[in-house]
Design a protein around this ligand. Structure first.
Ligand SMILES: [Ca+2]
Ligand SMILES: [Ca+2]
Ligand SMILES: [Ca+2]
Length: 421
């Protein structure tokens, strides 16, 4: 029998091993993975194993879902046991695995060499205790990007860190993340083929905080896949194309220099001659930026308590663009809750509108408008295609009774994805 000192030394060694290189992320609630056919062993770990204060009886279950959204199989796990789920070749080259351990934990270990955790705004990674090493791919044409985290319990927090593969720090954010918050990271130089980057969610330095439950997702400018290895991250561009995730963006305007590409500014409802309010101020500014040193600063002011609905429309100058599938820009939000519409006016004066929701965040975040699914189309040649060149992009910012009387927003890096047949 080994002497107790040997056992203690062994335990100390195990405890000092870096968590993560060997230990996959621990998942909770609902998380998704993307993976090829093969076996996945999934440990259903009871919450009570790490928290002796409570036991959840939630039944863990795991579902194989095709890329078309069809539920192919659901397997129930057993708490404290490991279940093997087999994804058959009939599921396709890639399938989704939905893990729903409820309030308990699941630890999936795929046999495949290449697989990915889904981390999108709609399907965030629900991870427990953080993770030390996952990889993602930033598409070409981007000098910056965002990673978001939400750890709603007070005191449950984390430190998001983005580095390049050489270990250079590109961005870091420690927060309680009681509300969703974005880490903005920047590349030192453009990466023509895109960039492979590393993401860690680590224990916070603040001694009053711990890393426990956290939702993590990538900004909409980034394919929402987190890879456990560099090799799996290198495969993301191909996987993204297969899934129809946009990766080929053309940067149109970066709002640098002297020339303001906003050619026309209009209110949707007439404003009296000489009226001091509502008012706007739209100009290039060096107060905030995604690229370079400048962005477009947009200030709106309304009379206090003014309830009339109003809308400010910002038209770009004509842009030399032949076709548009998606429009993307970065918006520095102010949490005002104002709603926004992105419109494209084509060469025939046909107007394509996409409602992109409300500005419910603070700081930089990408806004993506998908014109394959427009909210409405009107006028022009009525062929429901965006026919250029030229086209103009119109950003429409709406004001209503519930919104605060003043907003300052910033817009940077307007880009489009062409409509490839
Ligand atoms: Ca928190
Ligand atoms: Ca800029
Ligand atoms: Ca048209």
């Amino acid at each position: 029998m080994p002497r107790p000192t040997v056992i203690i030394a062994l335990l100390a060694l195990v405890a000092s091993l870096p968590v993560g290189a060997q230990e996959p992320p621990v998942l909770r609630y609902t998380s998704w993975m993307l993976l090829p056919p093969g076996e996945v062993s999934i440990e259903a770990r009871p919450y009570g194993m790490t928290h002796d204060d409570y036991t959840y009886r939630d039944q863990p279950s795991f579902s194989v879902v095709s890329l078309q959204g069809e539920n192919l199989e659901t397997v129930d796990g057993r708490l404290g046991m490991t279940t093997t789920v087999v994804i058959t070749p009939a599921a396709g080259d890639l399938a989704l695995l939905r893990l729903t351990p409820g309030n308990n934990y699941s630890v999936p270990r795929p046999a495949a060499d290449l697989f990915w955790y889904v981390a999108t705004p709609d399907a965030p990674l629900n991870v427990v205790g953080g993770f030390p090493e996952l990889y993602f791919w930033l598409p070409p044409g981007l000098r910056a990007g965002t990673v978001l985290c939400h750890a709603f319990s007070v005191g449950e927090a984390g430190r998001l860190v983005v580095t390049d593969l050489e270990g250079s720090l590109l961005g870091e954010l420690e927060s309680d993340f009681n509300e969703p918050e974005a880490l903005l990271f920047r590349l030192p130089a453009p990466a023509p083929g895109g960039a492979l980057l590393r993401l860690d969610l680590l224990a916070p330095a603040n001694p009053d905080w711990t890393v426990d439950d956290a939702k993590v997702w990538l900004g909409p400018e980034i394919p929402g896949l987190l890879a456990p290895t560099r090799e799996a991250a290198e495969a993301i561009p191909g996987v993204a194309r297969l899934l129809g995730i946009p990766t080929d963006w053309t940067l149109l305007r970066d709002f640098e220099g002297e020339h303001n590409p906003i050619a026309t500014i209009q209110w949707s409802r007439p404003v009296e001659e000489g009226a001091t309010l509502p008012a706007y101020d739209v100009r290039l500014s060096d107060e905030q930026s995604i690229s370079g040193k400048q962005s477009l600063r947009v200030e709106l002011r309304f009379p206090e308590g003014q309830g009339d609905s109003q809308e400010l429309k910002l038209f770009t100058e004509p842009l030399d663009v032949a076709s548009v599938r998606r429009v993307r820009f970065f918006l520095y939000g102010d949490g005002s809750g104002r709603t926004m519409i992105v419109r494209v006016r084509d060469a025939s004066q046909e107007h394509h509108y996409v409602n992109v929701g409300s500005i419910d965040w603070t700081g930089w975040k990408a806004v993506v408008a998908d014109f394959a699914r427009p909210t409405s189309v009107s006028g022009g040649d009525e062929n429901r295609q965006i026919d250029g060149p030229p086209v103009s992009v119109v950003v429409q910012i709406q004001h209503g009774r519930a919104n605060p009387p003043q907003s300052v927003l910033y817009i940077d890096d307007l880009a489009v994805e062409a409509n490839t047949p």
